[in-house]
Design a protein around this ligand. Sequence first.
Ligand SMILES: [Zn+2]
Length: 299
Amino acid sequence: MQWIIGIVGCLFIFSAQAQLLKDIQELSADNMQGRKTGSDGTELARQFIAQRFEKLQLGAFNTSYLQMFNYGFGQHKTGTNVVGYQRGCTYPEHYIVVTAHYDHLGNEGKNIFHGADDNASGVAALLELASRLSERCSAYSYIFIATDAEENGLYGSKAFVSSPSVPLGNITLNLNLDMIGRPDRRGRLYLTGAKRYPALIALLAQQFSYLQYLPHRGPGQGLRSLPRYDWPNASDHGPFHRAGIPYLFFGGQDHRDYHTPNDTWQNIEPEFLEQAMQAIWHTVQWLEQQAPQSLQAPN
Ligand SMILES: [Zn+2]
């Protein structure tokens, strides 16, 4: 019996879905204490992410994956991005920057805001992407950034864009992942920034019916059902967008457990997560086949 359990267990562990769930579970565990910027919980999350970067043999800028930055009034607060890279073979000077914030809201007394969907799910997907891309030489170079201090104002991505590890002109695209582990109130996962790539939308639309493609618009101009949602500034793709860098953002808007202690790994929907990961992977495979100039099409 033991060996049957062992074999079944191994098969499960080696599937991508199991790895994603395991990572979400670890990042949203009680000991991470809701991963509030500056807390011991974020330190644990950083160690977890940096160890995985090391295992995948990602490169580090300036010998460390950790990039500290100051932010806030008088710049008196400190955050730390976890940054690793992989050199590409076809377009080594062109970088696709994958971002997912690892910080969340912390805790209020015994109530821990676990942030399993927001955004352990995006970080898990970033790690999965890094793992898949490290299996062969990718066309593009990739920078993977688990950003800090997103929740209080996108400060991690702002810090990277204002002091980038490679010249901004070498960044071809930002792929941002934030809340991909369960459907939002409308049963959707959203993709924004894709209007400039109709071929990508056509490809994804064939396979992922729950994906909704939102036009890139500013506050007050969104879809009728989302009148005040400011997609370009909703998450870490915002600073890249303002710097004139194309972006693709996979994410949810909100759900009943959004920013509550009930955003737990138990409330992640494995099937949805798997589908989201597939859509993201299809997107990366599509990007890999496009020349850098063609990704600069106007939005
Ligand atoms: Zn988020």
